[in-house]
Design a protein around this ligand. Structure first.
Ligand code: NAP
Length: 251
């Protein structure tokens, strides 16, 4: 069962004093989520693979008067467990805890039948979209336990709820993302202050959407800013007690 909370209005200080890590924070939905979280009081840790993009988001947050962010340059396609452990140590030393983790980074891979799908591309999509999210979650769980109410948000997709021809590893990776969210949510249920949920953004105006639908007029597509109510609701304390749910950001 999907949930919607598109009419949520977040208080201006919803995320005051919270430490929130956003993956894929340099572009698209992640960029807007990082800026939105900072605008609501959070100190944001910007994780991504393209440093100039992360620096631009850093500058925009500072210029808007937000708390000084942190930048974590990481290529999730190649990241090793030891590097994730090291990153978690750095977050621990700097902040001592993590209040929120938005798994947003993702890649589309090929749009082609299974019969033609490149083996190496399949593995890379699964690595970035699923394996890295597992590793980062595992590395950050002790820090999330130090939060009064740690929120982990996974990013799904419509093709991760119902399979669709030619969407290959992307579709399968989003099913796996829902599975990872559900397993984690069941494990923390009743025994931890951590909660885990997923968001299907729906069609959103980003580079990924344009790559998937090149003939579409981007002006007709919902902007990342418009889907932020769900991202705010699930990250802030108004969603304490909500666990294991799948949300559609566009209803
Ligand atoms: P996007 O504009 O392509 O942004 C993807 C982000 O992920 C970028 O910041 C990108 O960094 C980062 N990323 C990709 N590979 C990475 C890697 N190996 N290591 C670290 N970071 C990496 O896509 P988007 O539309 O904002 O998508 C965000 C999430 O929403 C994804 O999980 C996507 O599957 C999901 N989603 C999007 C839509 C939609 O319509 N847009 C619909 C359903 C679900 P670079 O900029 O440096 O490449």
């Amino acid at each position: 069962m999907s949930e919607t909370i598109t009419d949520y209005t977040a208080p201006a200080d919803l995320l005051k004093d919270k430490i929130i890590l956003v993956t894929g924070a340099g572009d698209g939905i992640g960029r807007v989520a990082a800026k939105t979280y900072a605008a609501h009081g959070a100190t944001v840790i910007l994780l991504g693979r393209t440093v100039p993009k992360l620096e631009a988001v850093y500058d925009e947050i500072e210029a808007a008067g937000g708390a000084k962010p942190a930048i974590l340059p990481v290529d999730l396609a190649n990241v090793k467990w030891e590097e994730l452990e090291y990153l978690a140590q750095g977050v621990d030393q700097e902040f001592g805890r993590l209040d929120g983790l938005l798994h947003n980074a993702g890649v589309l891979g090929q749009r082609t039948p299974i019969a033609n799908y490149h083996y190496a591309t399949w593995q890379q999509v699964m690595q970035i979209n699923v394996n890295a999210a597992f590793g980062l979650t595992k590395a950050m769980l002790p820090l999330l336990e130090h939060s009064k109410a740690g929120s982990v948000i996974f990013t799904g997709s419509g093709v991760g709820l119902k399979g669709r021809a030619y969407w290959g590893a992307y579709s399968v990776s989003k099913f796996a993302t829902e599975g990872l969210m559900q397993v984690l949510a069941d494990e923390v249920d009743g025994v931890s202050n951590i909660r885990a949920n997923s968001i299907n953004p729906g069609a959103t105006r980003t580079n990924m959407r344009e790559a998937a639908y090149p003939a579409e007029d981007p002006q007709t597509v919902t902007t990342p800013e418009e889907i932020m109510p769900t991202y705010l609701y699930l990250m802030g304390d108004d969603s304490i007690g909500v666990n294991g749910k799948q949300f559609n950001a566009q209803g």
